[in-house]
Design a protein around this ligand. Structure first.
Ligand SMILES: Nc1ncnc2c1ncn2[C@@H]1O[C@H](COP(=O)(O)OP(=O)(O)OP(=O)(O)O)[C@@H](O)[C@H]1O
Ligand SMILES: [Mg+2]
Length: 248
């Protein structure tokens, strides 16, 4: 049986004069919670967008459960759920209606949509607001609904691009619990975050990318030990430098 959920080989993405992802090779095992970390503009979202088939790589390959993200895009779409960085919610529908819409896109039956929606709304603390128009939701509520939408069809692999940004501490912890629960169900999760304590708490392994290149890979403990520092935040600063990045 194939043990890798994701195999990325020599993946490169160039935008005009900017190389957003450069020669990235990486393997993620089934059931692994993998954190992709890096400064603003490092190439995290670009890499995730390629894996989800949202953009084409310039060169290299990526396979999900053995399916090529380019050639077998349809198969890949059935396996994955994506919580993209920019919130994708229909503002003039309620929370429940958004979930039903996404469920229908995945050809789920009504009963399953209802069950999954209720469960996800509860986990995300949105039950009371489920029937409100989402245009009126707060930033953190929209983020929580996005996460629910990404997982409505119970995908084997979830790509979560900064899932807890703009969330209050209670919501963030609820999301952490939910992500951990997904892991106990054998799901594979790729997570990006700028919160180092979140990465340290959740991730089995971490890849740090900078200027599109993978510069470190290992468990949080391994990275901390190898760099002889106290925590992941210090690993991050040590490897990527203290200065703010100039976006080209
Ligand atoms: N569609 C595009 N056209 C041109 N350049 C792009 C495009 N998308 C991304 N880039 C550039 O590619 C680089 C990587 O961007 P990306 O969004 O992948 O970074 P990121 O690691 O997700 O950053 P952040 O932490 O800010 O979300 C940046 O320099 C960005 O400006
Ligand atoms: Mg990003």
């Amino acid at each position: 049986m194939e043990e890798s959920a994701i195999i990325i080989e020599n993946l490169t993405k160039k935008f005009e004069d900017k190389t957003a992802v450069e020669d990235l090779s990486l393997q993620v095992s089934k059931g692994e919670l993998f954190g992709l970390l890096g400064p603003n503009g490092a190439g995290k979202t670009t890499a995730i967008n390629i894996l989800c088939g949202l953009i084409k790589p310039t060169s290299g390959t990526a396979k999900i459960y053995g399916y090529d993200v380019q050639k077998d895009a349809q198969k890949v779409k059935e396996l994955i759920g994506v919580c993209i960085q920019e919130t994708a919610i229909y503002p003039y529908l309620t929370g429940v209606e958004n979930l039903a819409l996404f469920g229908n896109l995945y050809a789920m039956n009504k009963k399953t949509i209802k069950e999954r929606s209720n469960m996800l709304l509860t986990k995300m603390g949105l039950t009371e607001d489920a029937k409100r128009i989402t245009a009126k939701y707060s930033g953190g509520m929209k983020r929580r609904l996005s996460l629910a939408l990404a997982l409505i069809h119970d995908p084997q692999i979830a790509f979560l691009d900064e899932p807890t940004v703009a969330m209050d501490p209670q919501s963030r912890h609820a999301v952490w619990d939910f992500i951990k629960e997904q892991k106990t169900k054998g799901k594979t999760i790729i997570l990006t975050t700028h919160y180092m304590e979140e990465a340290e708490e959740l991730c089995d392994r971490i890849g740090i990318i900078d200027h599109g290149k993978l510069i470190a890979l290992g468990t949080p403990k391994e990275l901390i030990a190898k760099n002889q520092v106290k925590n992941l935040e210090e690993v991050f600063i040590q490897l990527t430098g203290r200065n703010m990045r100039e976006e080209l």
